[in-house]
Design a protein around this ligand. Structure first.
Ligand code: TXA
Ligand code: MG
Length: 326
């Protein structure tokens, strides 16, 4: 429910010096500003402030047991928040700035607040590569807590219009800088002393990470509390039912195709006619939103290879299909 307290006029800012200055001022005052990253748009707030972070959970209607990623300007800033094992340092060296999040033991003197960590003794850190995200972090000189800028349970936004659909009137501003390039969220790896664990497949492939580590990532145990609680099965649910691994589009269905398998006549969007998984990842959430908005009862989804970014794409599709996730 919206209350007078949570309702606010949302400013739409350009990614220029004036827009960034306004955004930084709002963030430093404890406000909520959505901004582009190379993966998806994030809903930024001062990660050192329990009050600012509380507003993030309220605006997204996100359960406060689900911790947020703190975004930092560079590795030096990240090292003040988390304790890097040798392997964590190697991953940061290889992939930052970029679509990798490291879950690390909290460093002594860390300033990321307890609410952003959902009270955990670990912290999720990411140094984003997007020019606007970098400029905003430099301007605020704060770690920014930034979950994807959607209502909890909705598909992540890859442009400012998607953010508006979910959060207009609930946040202070959105910096509009076009479409996010990668299109799926960051890969999350926990380096908590034992073997590094893949908590969420994402914008950097498992193979690329394992190549740097020189060994396979440990399997993510599904026992007990989820290690990345946002990975609950229903997290990415659209309204439509998804029929995965479909060979064709049936009467009355819409189609989400890959590499031109479906007949052209039906209501079909092809994630990548030329079969490129990076292009498919970049189109995934926008196409899901577009087909879902049309009100189809069922969306047939073509098989997507499980290699490279295909692991993250298949993961999000299984979650969107509602709980049949592994
Ligand atoms: O690409 C991304 O990662 C985007 C952009 C905006 O950076 N952000 C994003 O945030 O996807 P969010 O909040 O939608 O997902 C963060 C995930 C959640 O699944 C959360 O449970 C997990 O990170 N997480 C955060 N802190 C954690 C921790 N200490 N231990 C385990 N999982 C954690
Ligand atoms: Mg999210």
């Amino acid at each position: 429910m919206l209350t007078e307290k949570t309702r606010r006029a949302t400013l739409y800012l350009g990614p220029d010096a004036a827009g960034l200055a306004d955004a930084a001022r709002l963030l430093r005052a404890g406000g909520l500003v959505a901004f582009p990253t190379e993966t998806v748009y994030g809903l930024g707030a001062d990660a050192t402030s329990n009050a600012a972070v509380a507003e993030v959970y309220a605006a997204k209607r996100r359960p406060a047991v689900n911790p947020l990623i703190a975004h930092l300007e560079n590795r030096a800033a990240a090292a003040t928040q988390g304790i890097f094992t040798r392997e964590a340092a190697a991953l940061a060296e290889a992939f930052w700035p970029g679509p990798l999040t490291l879950v690390l033991p909290l460093a002594p003197g860390a300033t990321v607040c307890a609410l952003a960590r959902a009270g955990l003794a670990s912290v999720a850190l990411r140094v984003p590569a997007h020019r606007v995200a970098q400029a905003l972090l430099a301007a605020t000189r704060l770690p920014l807590a930034a979950p994807s800028a959607n209502l909890s349970g909705h598909v992540s936004p890859v442009n400012a219009a998607h953010v508006r659909e979910d959060l207009d009137g609930l946040i202070d501003a959105v910096i509009d800088a076009g479409s996010a390039q990668v299109g799926v969220e960051s890969t999350i790896v926990a380096c908590l002393g034992a073997a590094p664990q893949l908590l969420r497949p994402g914008g950097i492939s498992r193979a690329a990470i394992e190549e740097v580590l020189g060994r396979p990532l440990a399997a993510h145990s599904e026992q007990g509390a989820p290690r990345a609680p946002g990975m609950l099965a229903s997290h990415y649910a659209p309204r439509a039912r998804l029929r995965l691994e479909a060979a064709s589009v049936e009467e009355g269905e819409a189609g989400l195709d890959f590499a031109g398998r479906f007949e052209k006549a039906a209501r079909v969007l092809d994630l990548s006619p030329r079969g490129d998984l990076m292009e498919a990842a970049a189109n995934l959430f926008a196409y899901l939103r577009a087909l879902d908005r049309e009100g189809h009862a069922t969306i047939a989804v073509a098989p997507i290879p499980a290699t490279g970014l295909g692991e993250a794409i298949n993961d999000r599709l299984r979650r969107a299909a509602g709980g049949r996730a592994a």
